[in-house]
Design a protein around this ligand. Structure first.
Ligand SMILES: [Zn+2]
Length: 102
């Protein structure tokens, strides 16, 4: 396959994906709504597909998830999902490290 044909195929795929897939800007607006579970299945699938292909939106989704976990901790300090997932030994090590003076 010649490099010219490869380039034309790649550009064609990008154009097609641009029409079918939502843009990064749209994804950034939809990811939060998707986490709240307010979107129809078709929309959620298009977001998942975009995030599979796009490292920027993958990173954005991860950061948003971390923010949600963090804000949940401040809203409900007794239910900390991060602490709950740590083993007793890891939790103790973390506590000791935080108590150490710099
Ligand atoms: Zn993207």
């Amino acid at each position: 396959m010649g490099s010219n044909l490869k380039t034309r195929l790649r550009r064609g795929m990008m154009r097609l994906m641009g029409r079918v897939m939502p843009s990064c800007k749209e994804i950034s607006e939809l990811v939060s709504a998707s986490m709240d579970g307010n979107l129809p299945m078709r929309r959620r699938l298009s977001i998942r597909f975009h995030i599979l292909m796009c490292s920027f939106c993958r990173r954005y989704e991860k950061q948003l998830l971390l923010l949600r976990i963090g804000t949940k901790h401040y809203a409900e300090p007794d239910e900390n999902p991060v602490e709950a997932s740590l083993s007793a030994a890891a939790s103790e090590r973390l506590k000791r490290a935080l108590e150490r003076k710099p």
